[in-house]
Design a protein around this ligand. Structure first.
Ligand code: PXP
Length: 249
């Protein structure tokens, strides 16, 4: 069964829009941990949170509280920077997903360039695995990046579906991008990697994602939190899980 990991960063974005400078102890809302627990009640399989260097949404204490509260797996999204690496080794989430980070971007824009950082990523992968943490690499559906990810020894890749989502309304281009995703997932599976996917996915556009083989988990945030404004987060998660039911597995 295709799993759903809910990215709760945008719940924290809403909180920070009002309470970024609130003194410690002051009640603030909405609470990303409460949101994560509601997603779990609705049947999601994991919670994803990205602690960015600039702490624009998720803050350190959110991660600590998530680790201690959720019953599913915490997927800790992070850049490979010394302070965040030390924090991850202290927190020991179930899995880390390594992403590129750039302060000017609104959201994670491109995939990680694994080819260019292969030896550094292999070292980091070993440190994480030695601490009992699995490693996923967020990459574009590019055969060279898939092969480098396998050489790094990562347990998972997460295929970046942002370009597919952006091209969704241009039929020829989006079909080409689906083919790139199909080929990348096939190659990853043959290399022993487990395959996740995410970025920009919605109830509507995930139907064609069903064509991509070997997927284990989708990580979805923005469209779920947007839908939650109208129907509540539990219903939004249930709707997404229902839309994922058709995945052939
Ligand atoms: N996967 C990764 C690695 C991401 O960086 C993000 C965005 O934070 C997502 C999945 C979820 O993307 P979206 O919020 O567009 O669903």
């Amino acid at each position: 069964m295709l799993k759903l990991g809910v990215n709760i960063d945008h719940v924290a974005t809403l909180r920070q829009a009002r309470y970024r400078t609130a003194p410690p102890g002051r009640p603030v809302e909405p609470d990303p941990v409460a949101a994560a627990l509601a997603c779990e009640r609705a049947g999601c399989h994991g919670i994803t949170a990205h602690l960015r260097e600039d702490r624009r949404h998720i803050i350190d204490n959110d991660i600590l509280r998530l680790r201690d509260s959720i019953k599913t797996r915490l997927n800790f999204e992070m850049a490979n920077t010394p302070a965040i690496v030390e924090f991850a080794l202290k927190v020991r989430p179930g899995i880390v997903c390594l992403v590129p980070e750039n302060r000017e971007e609104v959201t994670t824009e491109g995939g990680l360039n694994v080819v260019a950082q292969e030896s550094a990523l292999r070292e980091l992968r070993k440190r994480m695995n030695d601490a009992g943490i699995e490693v996923s690499l967020f990459i574009d559906p590019d055969p060279a990046q898939v092969e480098a990810s396998a050489r790094v020894g990562a347990q998972f890749i997460e295929l970046h579906t942002g370009r597919y989502a952006d091209l969704y309304h241009q039929k020829a281009a989006r079909n080409e991008e689906i083919q790139r995703l199909v080929q990348a997932a096939t190659r990853a599976h043959e290399s022993g990697l487990q395959v996740n996917a995410g970025h920009g996915l919605t109830v509507e556009n995930l139907q064609l994602i069903h064509l991509v083989p070997h997927l284990v988990e989708l990580n979805i945030g923005h469209s779920l939190i947007s839908r939650a404004v109208f129907v509540g987060i539990e219903t939004a998660v249930r709707e997404m899980l229902a839309a994922m039911q058709g995945y052939p597995g």
